[in-house]
Design a protein. Structure first.
Length: 452
């Protein structure tokens, strides 16, 4: 038997749930089906229970800047949310300094501080010429100079992206990479300044239930969600999807929130140009080791960056500092992030030993501290690589898919670097576009989906 639906949404994470929610909120009368492969909603915004600990799929924090997005999230969580003032640090040269590195070199060895300031000052007096579309490496040298680039920008981003920095563009940076003024760079070298930089100076996090609380709250408003339903293949010409748990599903419009490369591997027919564009998509996977340690208060920080090659991880975060609900009393919970190229082998027991040894060497853990719980959560397509092939490839793919009645959205569906609020807003915008395609009218002087 064939199921017929006006809108089929693949993926019950924040982007897919938001699309379905906003369609209904705007009064869409057609049929909607949301297919999620897992036994629960949320996707990568979910939380796993391991013993008495709650572990997210790495650090997922709520950075709310859009008035609509903020009101939506606070309405969904209904008081189950706390506001935090960010405490983020960088461990390098044997010491911890405040984030961002480029504005907080105070506390580093004097030789390192002098190197960073000299390189920055040299750029002020002899600015580097940049081409129209500079590489990330060239941009760093022009923006921060040799010292800051060599001590942090280069090693950290090489560790995260696993890609030569000459290959990376600057498209992904946006609000994610603060650029302080010269006087702020100088001041941050002389004193321990506590000024906050960047889009994530403050963040919100659920008091109970981990990050899972947000998709759970949204899913309660999406009765069309179907769990344990994995898509097997999609016929773009016939507009039919084979979904384990639902069978054959015939749709009018399809919303994809799966990783773009995964969706394309399931979809057919695809012209040669689109298959070639698919081959140019690059990404890195993240191996996320979550640990519970049998001692409270290992750190008072939220997360710490590790740029140096001596440490296998690029970041460590403390989820029990986001919410006490994440770990039982007398313990600390952490997430440890290691970047890997797709297909790169990983000996998890050996990597775990290296991570714990690194935590002890950095001073976060003592030699007497015991790991009382652990959970590896591998994250495929943890970060999309913004090389020079990415944007032309994604544009070609999206143009073809849109012509076949497919909207590919969200962090993974749109193949981009983003955060949870933006993902929710992607679903809202997608719903607006779908309503327009289904013949809905919109007054030009009023948002279609204003939250009342």
């Amino acid at each position: 038997m064939t199921l017929k639906t006006d809108v089929l949404v693949l993926g019950g994470g924040l982007a897919g749930l938001s699309t379905a929610y906003h369609l209904r909120r705007a009064g869409f009368k057609g049929s909607v089906t949301v297919a999620e492969k897992s036994h629960k909603p949320g996707g990568r915004a979910g939380t796993e229970r391991q013993g008495k600990f709650l572990f997210d799929h790495t650090g997922h924090l709520l950075h709310l800047h859009d008035p609509y997005g903020k009101k939506l999230v606070l309405d969904l969580l209904k008081g189950n949310v706390a506001l935090h003032e960010r405490s983020s640090w960088i461990h390098s040269s044997g010491v911890d300094t405040r984030y961002p590195f480029q504005a907080n070199t105070h506390g580093l060895p004097p030789k390192v501080v002098a190197e960073c300031l000299a390189g920055f000052a040299r750029n002020l007096y002899r600015p580097r010429a940049l081409p129209k579309d500079p590489s990330f490496r060239a941009w760093c040298l022009a923006a921060f100079g040799e010292g800051i680039s060599r001590r942090f920008m280069f090693p950290y981003n090489e560790k995260l992206w696993r890609t030569p920095l000459d290959w990376l563009t600057t498209e992904w940076q946006g609000r994610f990479l603060p650029r302080p003024r010269p006087e702020e760079v100088l001041y941050g070298a002389l004193v321990d300044q506590k000024r906050f930089f960047g889009y994530n100076a403050h963040f919100r996090y659920p008091k109970r239930g981990g990050c899972q609380a947000l998709p759970d709250a949204l899913a309660r408003r999406v009765p069309e969600l179907r769990l344990n339903c994995r898509v097997e293949n999609v016929d773009l010409a016939e507009r039919v999807a084979d979904i384990d748990g639902l069978g054959e599903v015939r749709y009018e419009r399809l919303v994809n929130t799966l990783p773009l490369k995964t969706f394309l591997d399931l979809a057919s027919p695809l012209p040669a140009a689109v298959r070639e564009a698919r081959s140019r998509l690059r990404w890195v996977d993240v191996l996320n080791l979550n640990v519970g340690v049998g001692r409270a208060g290992l750190s008072d920080r939220h997360w710490v960056y590790f740029p140096e090659a001596a440490y296998p991880f690029y970041r460590v975060g403390f989820t029990s500092n986001f919410a006490s609900d994440m770990a039982p009393k007398g313990t600390t919970s952490m997430y440890i992030e290691v970047s890997r190229r797709p297909g790169e082998p990983a000996d998890l027991p050996a990597l775990e030993r290296r991570c714990i040894e690194g935590l002890r060497r950095s001073g976060i853990m003592r030699s007497s501290d015991k790991v009382v719980e652990k959970l590896w959560i591998p994250i495929e397509c943890g970060y999309v690589v913004y090389d020079r092939e990415r944007t032309p490839a994604v544009n070609a793919i999206q143009k073809h898919l849109r012509g076949r009645g497919v909207w590919s959205i969200g962090r993974w569906g749109a193949w981009k670097y983003s955060f949870m609020e933006e993902t929710l807003l992607d679903g809202k915008r997608c719903a607006e576009e779908l309503l327009g395609r289904f013949g809905k009218e919109r007054r030009s002087n009023e948002p279609l989906l204003a939250l009342k």
